[in-house]
Design a binder for this molecule. Structure first.
Ligand SMILES: Nc1nc2c(ncn2[C@@H]2O[C@H](COP(=O)(O)OP(=O)(O)O)[C@@H](O)[C@H]2O)c(=O)[nH]1
Ligand SMILES: [Mg+2]
Length: 200
């Protein structure tokens, strides 16, 4: 019998206001590219990237919205089976930061109780346009006891680190609680993308 090409499969999600850079982060992580012209029109449902961590081959199925966040129509089917969520805001956009609580309610309503999530302040390459100080993102993350990174999909800062740390936390949890990994049907497509913005 052929060996399974991976040991675990994790469904991850990107959520956050439209324009914060979710699709750009996904492309940076899965294909190590940054393109300024693609995006909101592509109706992608998810991308796949297989990584190796602690000797395990982990297939990441990473879901991105096709713009539904603009209409607040993200529903249970998007969240179903997700084990990790990257909640993204844009450090140059106050509204996107203020929407965090709305997104948290959404996560609460639709995602499983033991979903692992982290907060990302994206576009940290745009220091001159910054509106949200690093300390504010940090504070929210501390309130919730979760990880926080400032990232840049454009400058490739902390993107891989954020994804990998999320996966690491999920792995710890799976190991601790011996949860069966969620295994949804998979389409195919594989590919690869570290640095620091600020020491956080
Ligand atoms: N300067 C900068 N621009 C970014 C970054 N990430 C995304 N963008 C830009 O922000 C806009 C929205 O990005 P997109 O990925 O479509 O956001 P989404 O709506 O959350 O998926 C696009 O014009 C991107 O080029 C980043 O890290 N730095
Ligand atoms: Mg998008």
């Amino acid at each position: 019998m052929a060996r399974k090409p991976y040991d675990l499969l994790f469904k991850l999600l990107l959520v956050g206001n439209s324009g914060v850079g979710k699709t750009s982060l996904l492309f940076r992580f899965t294909e190590d590219v940054f393109t300024t012209t693609f995006i909101s029109t592509i109706g992608i449902d998810f991308k796949i990237k297989t990584i190796e961590l602690h000797g395990k081959k982990i297939k990441l199925q990473i879901w991105d919205t096709a713009g539904q966040e603009r209409f607040h129509t993200i529903t249970t089917s998007y969240y179903r089976g997700a084990v990790g969520i990257l909640l993204v805001y844009d450090i140059t956009n106050g509204d996107s930061f203020n929407s965090i609580s709305m997104w948290l309610r959404n996560i609460d309503q639709h995602a499983g109780n033991d979903v692992e999530w982290m907060l990302l302040g994206n576009k940290c390459d745009m220091e001159s346009k910054r509106i949200i100080p690093t300390s504010q993102g940090k504070q929210v993350a501390e309130q919730h006891g979760i990880r926080f990174y400032e990232t840049s999909a454009r400058a490739n800062i902390n993107v891989e680190k954020a994804f990998l740390n999320l996966v690491e936390d999920i792995l710890d949890k799976v190991g601790r609680e011996r949860l069966p990994p969620f295994i949804p049907p998979v389409k195919n497509n594989d590919s690869h993308g570290l640095k620091t913005c600020k020491a956080l």
